[in-house]
Write a protein that binds this ligand. Structure first.
Ligand SMILES: *Cc1c(COP(=O)(O)O)cnc(C)c1O
Length: 352
């Protein structure tokens, strides 16, 4: 087991965290005059009262999430999107101006931006042109200053899942924090490495409500890892980092998970249809296999297609400037009508 506490920045280990009013008292009481809230309520009539601070530890929600995800509450962190977890992890383990993070481009852009904000060097171990992990290039980046490794699986923008053996290779050879971002794993749940948090103290698995759960607007992300890392994340997070509105909606969502499953099945069905239709087009060179809710598509002239679609009011993501992604657009799977409209527009473009 990696001693994760030894990896943390000294100032974080020595930090005395802020204690909110609701940290100092959390039992039952009749009159709360401890947090300078407005006791008269919220000056709205069509919205439930919002005048009290939410539970800073999100106890009810964490309990439910831990139950559904098959983990312990002490292995669970909730944040303002998984982006919050990414930032907190960098701040816990990366000494600014000194340490580094390892990423495998092409991948999710936030890792690099967040590293830049935190003044951490970015070490790159590019994927192969088939978007697979290049173990030897990765191992070359396991330098002493490398404190965190980010593996996005399924990877954004490429859509492929990494082999469990590759992720275990990283876990066994890298003694910093290994973050596996599973934002899209609900579309291929059998390939999750979440159970490995019981074996590797330095593994952090990220999940989100923004994709399969259909709730990007509530901003709720999860990090599952060893209780030691959770303790550090809780120590430095803002006291009320998950709003009460978010906690309320999330609890309702968790009580309706069969509907989420139905959406996932529809999205996968639509992805398969979209993939077939795209492959029939002359302008399409390649549709990469995807285990997510989007497709990476190589066109003969991505920029021209992008501009044409935009004119027609259809916005996709141009990923052409990413490594190994020249002339590639990333297309999110939409509703049936949206996907039909996309294919129609592309056919018109070809025939124009
Ligand atoms: C969409 C996405 C997320 C989600 O971030 P939130 O802050 O939870 O909305 C995380 N990681 C990747 C790779 C994503 O594509």
């Amino acid at each position: 087991m990696v001693d994760v506490l030894q990896l943390a920045r000294k100032n974080i280990l020595n930090l005395k965290p802020y204690a909110s009013a609701r940290d100092e008292f959390s039992g039952e009481a009749k009159i709360f005059l401890d947090a300078n809230e407005n006791a008269f309520g919220t000056p709205l009539t069509d919205v439930p009262a919002q005048n009290r601070y939410p539970d800073p530890h999100q106890r009810a929600l964490k309990q439910k999430i831990a139950e559904i995800y098959g983990v312990k509450v002490e292995q669970t962190f909730l944040g303002n999107g998984s982006d919050e977890a990414i930032d907190l992890l960098m701040r816990i383990f990366g000494n600014p101006g000194k340490d580094a993070v390892v990423i495998m481009p092409p991948t999710y852009g936030m890792y690099k931006v967040c590293a830049n904000i935190n003044d951490l060097q970015v070490l790159q171990a590019p994927l192969t042109p088939e978007f697979q992990m290049d173990r030897s290039r990765l191992q070359q980046m396991f330098l002493p200053q490398a404190r965190l490794l980010f593996i996005c699986s399924p990877n954004n923008p490429t859509g492929n899942v990494f082999e469990k053996a590759d992720i275990e290779f990283a876990l066994q050879n890298f003694s910093g924090i290994v973050v596996v971002d599973e934002a899209y794993i609900d579309f291929a749940p059998e390939l999750s490495v979440l159970p490995l948090i019981n074996e590797y103290s330095h593994l952090v698995v990220l999940r989100t409500f923004s994709k399969a759960w259909g709730s990007a607007r509530i901003r709720l992300g999860m990090a599952f890892t060893s209780p030691e890392v959770i303790g550090l994340m809780n120590k430095i997070k803002m006291p009320y980092n998950v709003s009460g509105l978010t906690q309320d909606v999330a609890l309702k969502l968790l009580a309706n998970k069969s509907r989420k499953q139905a959406y996932i099945e529809k999205i996968i069905e639509q992805r398969q249809w979209l993939r077939q239709e795209l492959k029939k087009l002359k302008a399409v060179i390649e549709v990469f296999p995807s285990q997510a809710n989007f497709l990476l598509v190589r066109f003969s002239d991505a920029r021209a297609v992008f501009n044409y679609l935009m004119q027609k009011g259809i916005i996709v993501r141009d990923r052409s400037n990413q490594l190994h992604c020249d002339n590639c657009l990333r297309i999110t799977v939409g509703t049936e009508e949206e996907n039909v409209a996309l294919i129609k527009a592309l056919r018109n473009w070809e025939n124009a």
